[in-house]
Design a protein around this ligand. Structure first.
Ligand code: PMT
Length: 409
């Protein structure tokens, strides 16, 4: 039985091109066992018909605040009480602004004001509108009001531009909603995982990188998802498909991974740094392909930012788990990183010929300030499940003050 069985979901749709994806989202929610009632703004009705949503949800669609027939049956207060959760997808810049201001001038904004159910919004807009300080300020206000934002994702936009502002895919939204009702060890929590290598350009065709395949990080993202978490995977260049139901941000360089991580950890409870981040980048990558005219060629390298340390040192740091890849003195070096980077936990693996990097199996020595556990050689999938279980146990232990109840609301 899915965590959404018999759950009452109000799906609010506001005006934006991504409204067409609300049809698929409705289908997925209904398939997962939820009872869905759709509320459309005036703008939404310009993009998709109420009839489509009515057919997919199996319920009549609500569009008017003052509707005598609706008031007799399912009026706005009843609908606000009926909801176990309100999801607004897409949430346009205008709808975000109106909900942030507590306006009640149409059915959807009134519902958001009148409900005691949790509210999630999936922003969808042009990248400039998303980055506008007014929108960002509204989003801060929403977070203060305990209204969850899912996304937005980055990529090609309907307006022809590329950037942040795309609505998350229906499957990711479905999983965010499902994870809210889940009872797994990480249910209702947001987890960010970094995976794979980074690539640092030397010139347009050459780069510095390493042998990380992403297998360990992708397995951890899947296991965290299985444990009920809402997962964001920040992946360097690998040949793996993003796991289902997980928001995946693709990056290439350490600096891009840092940017994506700092954005994703906002409001997350667990950060797992599995990526093999290049410690150095080329100081000045060449614009043109380097010609082999000289016998020797020296590259000036510059230290990359330490993503893990930056996340761990934030005042609102999540439960932070680092990895240590060592060829020798595994425990000494791992414990040193645990303390120096101010981590909650570190998973150390021995690396070298045929070990850890690009292998299907791995073994980990896991350290935290007061303890240690060995996870013997096994498939990365099984190892990931054991590590996630250990993280959940430590996270829920009394010495880690994480307000999990708050995170779930
Ligand atoms: O991807 P696979 O082929 O499955 O291989 C898995 C793995 C061997 C890559 C993985 O298990 C692993 O060990 N990942 C960490 C590799 C690494 O870079 O270790 P490190 O000891 O150099 O770094 C310590 C920690 O700091 C890591 O959590 C790393 O993500 C982080 N770091 C390092 C440098 C940097 N600039 N920023 C960072 O955040």
């Amino acid at each position: 039985m899915s965590s959404l069985t018999h759950k009452h979901i109000v799906l609010g749709i506001s005006g934006g091109i991504a409204a067409y994806k609300a049809a698929e989202l409705t289908r997925l929610l209904v398939k997962a066992g939820a009872e869905v009632r759709v509320v459309m703004t005036q703008g939404a009705q310009e993009f998709i018909t109420a009839l489509t949503l009515q057919a997919l949800s199996g319920n009549s669609v609500h569009t008017e605040l003052f509707d005598l027939e609706a008031e007799a049956a399912m009026g706005h207060i009843e609908l606000a009480r009926w909801a176990d959760l309100i999801l607004v997808a897409p949430a346009s810049a205008n709808t975000i602004a109106r909900i942030a201001q507590g306006r009640a001038d149409d059915l959807l904004s009134t519902l958001c004001l009148a409900t005691e159910a949790p509210i999630m919004l999936a922003p969808s807009m042009n990248r400039v509108m998303w980055n506008n300080p007014a929108t960002q300020q509204n989003c801060h206000t929403l977070k203060d009001l305990d209204i969850r934002l899912i996304g937005p994702a980055s990529g090609a936009q309907a307006c022809g531009e590329t950037g942040e502002g795309r609505m998350e895919e229906p499957e990711v939204l479905l999983n965010a909603v499902a994870s809210h009702f889940q009872t797994g060890a990480l249910a209702g929590l947001k987890v960010v995982v970094t995976a794979g290598p980074t690539r640092e350009a030397i010139d347009p065709v050459r780069y510095i990188s390493n042998r990380s395949s992403g297998k360990m990080g992708y397995a951890l993202a899947r296991s965290a998802r299985e444990a009920g978490a809402e997962v964001t995977l920040i992946s360097g260049p690998v040949h793996l498909q993003p796991p289902e139901g997980i928001a995946c941000v693709r990056v290439e360089t350490a600096e891009e991974m840092l940017d994506a991580s700092l954005k994703a950890v906002d409001g997350c409870q667990v950060f797992i740094a599995t990526a093999a981040v290049a410690d150095y980048r080329v100081a000045q990558p060449a614009d043109q392909k380097h010609k082999k005219t000289q016998e020797d060629w020296s590259l000036e390298l510059r230290r990359n930012p330490d993503i893990l340390a930056q996340v761990a040192q934030r005042p609102d740091a999540p439960f932070t788990v680092g990895f240590a890849a060592e060829t020798q003195q595994l425990e000494d070096y791992a414990r040193d990183k645990l303390v120096r980077k101010r981590l909650n936990m570190i998973a150390a693996n021995k690396v070298g010929q045929g070990l850890a990097f690009d292998q299907d199996d791995n073994a980990l020595e896991v350290f935290w300030p007061e303890g240690h556990q060995s996870l013997p050689m096994q498939s990365k999938d099984r190892l990931a499940r054991s590590l996630i279980a250990l993280i959940a146990k430590r996270l829920h232990s009394s010495d880690n003050i994480i307000d999990i109840q708050h995170a779930k609301n």
